[in-house]
Design a protein around this ligand. Structure first.
Ligand code: SAH
Length: 353
């Protein structure tokens, strides 16, 4: 048993089985052995890779989309540019480079990176050269018009899982059997926020809830409704959640979630409907496949422009990156984009009604 599994087992012996959310939060952010807290897991050598690590075009296009909204709103003089879970800081560096050409945008913004991992905070401080402030949570970011990006952030937040039995629910928990971590079920409950799910589920179905994600979405919605701005949320998931989507990735391969706590990335699909509902003081765009979104922002033209200066292996890898971001058999349809924006303002770029 690893030290992390020992620590989890000791805690379960003391206080009983833990919820999947508690398990996920410990595995990802335990200060001593948590997956994100202690390492930079991204890139080809890491456990998984993300769109901004695949190509600079991703951060460039998202940045120009944000700047376009800022221009459309009459270039407000003081806005908050915020990224949730910036990883290595690559997306933000690409975004800032691409938006240098937008007159006044950089002068108008203060930059805020919301990040809890000490290891990744250090990495971001190396990558992002524009002055910024680190925060532990969005609520610590000062008020004002909000221009926000979150790529593969919401999938890392801890989910709770509930199994339906008849008309009651039993929460999925992590306990111990013969000294090993195993999934189990807690006693029946009838949480009021799950009552609506009785309409679209049956006996034996499992539903997921992400209380941290919906609280953050509510905060985003409230700020945008009050001060204006836009939030671009990119992640894998769907409109409406059903079934067990907890997954662990290690060395680019799926592993059983309880097997190597602290050493594998743990994620769950994002329920965009739940985010939109929580953020309902703002308007949500239609949920749009990443490929469609990037294409309507002009990724093909940008890819061609970049290709002009490339040859040999660099050109081949650039073409592969373009394919990976946009193609339906790669990230193009699995990943989705949803924007939150101020009611009574035009749809942000990249979306159609
Ligand atoms: N957006 C980056 C990284 C995605 S990985 C990219 O696309 O490459 C998830 C990121 O969210 C990491 O930076 C991780 O440390 C951060 N994170 C996870 N849970 C968090 C939380 N509760 N608060 C703030 N950041 C968190």
């Amino acid at each position: 048993m690893t030290a992390a599994a020992e620590a989890l087992a000791a805690r379960i012996r003391q206080t009983g089985p833990m919820t999947v959310a508690e398990f996920m939060a410990e595995c990802l952010m335990n200060p001593v052995w948590g997956y994100y807290a202690t390492r930079d897991p991204l890139g080809a050598q890491g456990d998984f890779t993300t769109a901004p690590e695949i190509s600079q075009m991703f951060g460039e296009l998202l940045g120009l989309a944000l700047a376009q909204v800022w221009l459309d709103r009459g270039s407000p003089a003081s806005v908050r540019l915020v990224e949730l879970g910036p990883g290595r800081g690559t997306l933000m560096a690409d975004l800032l480079r691409a938006t240098r050409i937008v007159p006044g945008f950089h002068d108008a913004l203060t930059l805020h990176l919301v990040e809890t991992s000490p290891a990744l905070r250090a990495r971001q401080s190396e990558t992002v050269t524009h002055p910024f402030t680190h925060h532990a949570a969005l609520e610590d970011v000062p008020d004002g018009p909000l221009y926000l990006i979150a790529n593969e952030f919401f999938d890392a937040l801890p989910i709770r899982q509930f199994l339906r039995e008849g008309s009651v629910w039993r929460e999925r928990v992590v306990g111990l059997e013969d000294g090993r971590l195993v999934f189990g079920l807690a006693g029946p409950t009838e949480p009021s926020d799950l009552a609506p799910r009785l309409a679209d589920t049956h006996h034996g179905d499992l539903v997921e809830q992400n209380p941290t994600a919906t609280a953050i979405a509510a905060e985003i919605g409230a700020r945008i409704a009050r001060y204006g701005g836009v939030a671009l949320i990119v992640d894998y998931g769907d409109w409406h959640s059903l079934g067990d989507t907890l997954q662990a990735l290690r060395g680019h391969r799926a592993v059983p979630p309880l097997e190597t706590p602290g050493e594998a990335d743990l994620t769950a699909h994002v329920d965009f409907e739940a985010l939109a509902r929580a953020a309902s003081r703002a308007k949500a765009t239609p949920l749009t496949p990443q490929g469609t979104f990037l294409e309507s922002l002009g990724i093909a033209a940008r890819a061609e422009a970049l290709a002009k200066n490339l040859s040999g292996p660099a050109l081949a890898s650039h073409k592969a990156a373009f394919h990976r971001l946009t193609s339906p058999d790669e990230m193009g349809t699995l990943f989705k984009v949803m924007a939150l924006y101020q009611p009574n303002t035009p749809l942000p770029p990249g979306f159609s009604a």
